[in-house]
Design a protein around this ligand. Structure first.
Ligand SMILES: Cc1cc2nc3c(=O)[nH]c(=O)nc-3n(C[C@H](O)[C@H](O)[C@H](O)COP(=O)(O)OP(=O)(O)OC[C@H]3O[C@@H](n4cnc5c(N)ncnc54)[C@H](O)[C@@H]3O)c2cc1C
Length: 392
């Protein structure tokens, strides 16, 4: 995309580049890929907080940067180009925004600064067996006992629950009326008695997913965000924030650049794969779609900069963004070809098979999930048909 940046924008870009180059050290990168993952992420997020850049999408009054849509675009592009992972979304992109949108003053005062400073690691307790796409079918129940709720049930696919200090959890507090009407949004400390975290190992052989059991877990009523039995509204607002951040065009662009670099080195029948016209065509197809998506993402960013909240059109970003992520991941697998099986510890780092091959395999496998989490893409199409196109 060719944007004519102003002199201020170019100065801002320089500032961001310099900060990333100086602060995102090789040592930090190594720690992020090791067992020190959580501490390394928190250290990095604290650096962003100290610089005032931890929450670009928050309103300034709650700690946002006040950046224009163009500055946000520049920041995200530079972050991806520098190979820096996005901030962990559960606090900054999910529970933080719903607390400033729906929380009471006490909740804002206590939780928002802690989210900004990465003092608490959050996880998301929405899905259950039998309540994923049909989230309102959730059965984990919370019964009132004086000033507390007592939670019983189980959540599943809870990303990073093993690290979390807090979980935001959707619970059933009433069986009256429509199933959406009896849901409450609760904030619960993970160290509460009766919580048990059971690991789930995914296809990429990593442990990010979990089942979280609740056995008579007490949570104070003051930890309800919004009204009791009105949690569905809070839950939906949170999902819209989640979907906007899922598109990640900048990351897909970086992957395309890496694919081109690798394809230039990969010789097939005496010539570079990059010079193969059919391969070039496939790269061009993805690049054109990425450019179109980038404009759509910018329009959403501009609306949010003007004080709006992401609406159902964020479903479109989610669908197209994740489809393109999977297309780039599949292409990278093809370029990596038989080097996919090579582990980072094997062989000569200069070989195509080193980081490129293992990262291609890892991201391809985990990437299968992107069209499922944040609400599956099929369900996003239903949302677009109903709320954007007005079809029933
Ligand atoms: C890697 C990963 C991380 C996750 N992290 C979290 C987390 O941290 N916290 C959390 O709460 N959840 C998390 N999830 C869960 C995720 O939100 C659910 O997997 C998702 O909502 C889909 O629900 P489900 O798995 O129950 O599938 P189902 O709802 O059973 O869907 C199965 C299939 O049926 C299709 N389908 C279902 N209903 C419809 C419909 N009405 N119209 C058309 N097609 C339909 C779906 O698209 C899908 O293909 C994560 C999932 C993954 C894969």
């Amino acid at each position: 995309m060719d944007i004519a940046f102003s002199a201020e924008d170019l100065a801002f870009r320089e500032d961001v580049r310099t900060f990333f180059a100086e602060q995102f050290s090789p040592e930090l990168q190594t720690r992020m890929r090791s067992n020190d993952f959580k501490a390394a992420i928190v250290d990095w997020q604290k650096k962003l907080y100290d610089r005032g850049w931890i929450a670009p999408n928050w309103p300034v009054e709650f700690g946002g940067t006040g950046w224009t849509a163009t500055q946000k675009y520049i920041y995200e592009t530079e972050r991806s180009e520098a190979g820096i992972p996005p901030t962990i979304p559960f606090g900054l992109s999910m529970v933080g925004p719903v607390i400033y949108q729906f929380g009471n003053q006490e909740q804002k005062d206590y939780f928002l600064p802690r989210v900004l400073k990465s003092e608490d690691w959050w996880c998301q307790g929405y899905s259950e067996p039998g309540a994923g796409s049909d989230l309102a079918a959730l059965k984990t129940k919370a019964e009132r006992d004086g000033d507390d709720f007592i939670i019983n049930g189980a959540k599943i696919w809870t990303t990073y629950a093993q690290y979390a200090d807090w979980i935001f959890v959707l619970v059933r507090t009433s069986n009256e009326g429509k199933k959406q009407e009896g849901i409450t949004f609760l904030l619960c400390e993970m160290k509460s008695e009766g919580i048990k975290v059971n690991p789930i190992i995914s296809i990429d052989n990593e442990h990010s997913l979990n089942e979280v059991e609740f056995n008579n877990v007490r949570v104070p009523v003051k930890n309800v965000v919004g009204e009791i039995n009105a949690g569905w509204t809070v839950a939906k607002a949170l999902l819209a924030h989640e979907r906007t951040s899922i598109a990640d065009v900048a990351q897909s662009k970086r992957t395309i650049r890496q694919i081109k670099e690798a394809a230039a080195k990969e010789i097939n029948g005496g010539k570079a794969l990059l010079d193969d016209p059919s391969f070039q065509g496939r790269i061009a197809d993805i690049e054109i779609e990425l450019m179109a998506l980038e404009f759509t993402e910018l329009r959403t960013l501009a609306a949010m900069s003007a004080g709006g909240f992401p609406g159902p059109e964020s479903s479109l970003l989610k669908i197209k963004g994740t489809e393109l992520q999977q297309a780039t991941q599949a292409l990278r697998m093809e370029v990596a070809a038989h080097y996919q099986g090579v582990l980072p510890t094997d062989l000569d780092p200069e070989q195509l098979g080193h980081d490129f091959g293992s990262e291609a395999r890892r991201s391809f496998m985990y990437g299968r999930a992107s069209t499922i989490y944040g609400g599956s893409n099929e369900v996003q199409k239903n949302i677009i048909s109903k709320f954007v196109l007005g079809l029933e």
